[in-house]
Ligand binder design. Structure first.
Ligand SMILES: Cc1cc2nc3c(=O)[nH]c(=O)nc-3n(C[C@H](O)[C@H](O)[C@H](O)COP(=O)(O)O)c2cc1C
Length: 229
């Protein structure tokens, strides 16, 4: 069967045939995560929606896994979670359900080829819902491990897009730059688990008046439309 497909593909595209004959038939999986609490007013949600649409256009037939962390947030890690991680009993159904959600977060990360994360700045960092997701996907032995050379991320070979939205300006020589713990934190923790190919699509200065907001969103959307991969 594989031989037949290989022959067929070689005849169709003789100069671009892949080393893996099934490569052209592999379905792309996109993981779409939002964490804004502003619903229909959210800038990051509008940007992630456009990034998903753009990636679907670039990868026809792509499957999308959706995680709205506000509609369906994981619990904060607690003593009860830690007890289970140490081999204790799952004491109640809500905890069991929440542990299953955390496991699904990790499975989705591994399943995805492209990960698109809406990350607003709230109080100088990411929303607590997104932090709760981070707390569940940093799993020793699964998404990272410690070796002779220190920590090693295990979620590799994926592309990440972060839609960053914030009221102030933190880039360039902004005096607020030292308070930027949103993109820098997220990029750092993603790299820790192996996700180093991260593209930030940023709309900042959203609280600096309507003109500034319109220009920032238009700039971010133009960047999305210009994405070639
Ligand atoms: C609870 C809350 C906290 C915020 N904290 C900050 C902040 O610390 N710095 C900042 O520049 N903007 C802050 N903002 C403005 C948001 O970053 C801005 O509204 C952005 O559009 C949020 O993204 P979203 O529209 O996708 O929710 C805050 C907004 C909210 C609702």
């Amino acid at each position: 069967m594989i031989k037949t497909l290989q022959n067929l593909f070689a005849r169709l595209r003789p100069s671009t045939v892949s080393a893996n004959p099934l490569e052209p038939f592999k379905m792309t999986t996109i993981l779409h995560i939002d964490s804004s609490i502003l619903g229909g007013y959210s800038v990051s949600r509008s940007l992630t929606a456009e990034i998903v649409a753009k990636q679907q256009a670039l990868h026809p037939g792509a499957r999308v896994i959706r995680r709205d962390l506000v509609v369906d947030a994981a619990m904060h890690l607690s003593d009860a979670h830690m007890a289970v991680f140490q081999g204790g009993e799952v004491g109640n159904a809500a905890l069991g359900q929440d542990l299953a959600t955390g496991g699904a977060y990790v499975d989705e990360l591994f399943a995805a080829d492209i990960i698109i994360i809406g990350a607003p700045m709230y109080n100088f960092t990411i929303p607590t819902q997104l932090k709760a997701w981070v707390d569940r996907v940093c799993v020793a032995g699964r998404t990272f491990k410690y070796g002779a050379n220190g920590p090693e991320g295990l979620v590799t070979g994926k592309k990440v897009f972060v839609a960053s939205a914030r009221g102030g300006v933190y880039t360039g020589d902004s005096p607020a730059a030292a308070m930027e713990h949103q993109e820098s934190y997220l990029k750092g923790v993603l790299a820790f688990i192996g996700l180093t190919d991260v593209t930030i699509i940023r709309a900042e200065g959203l609280a600096l008046g309507e003109d500034a907001k319109t220009a920032a969103i238009a700039g971010a959307k133009a960047e999305i439309q210009a994405l070639a991969a």
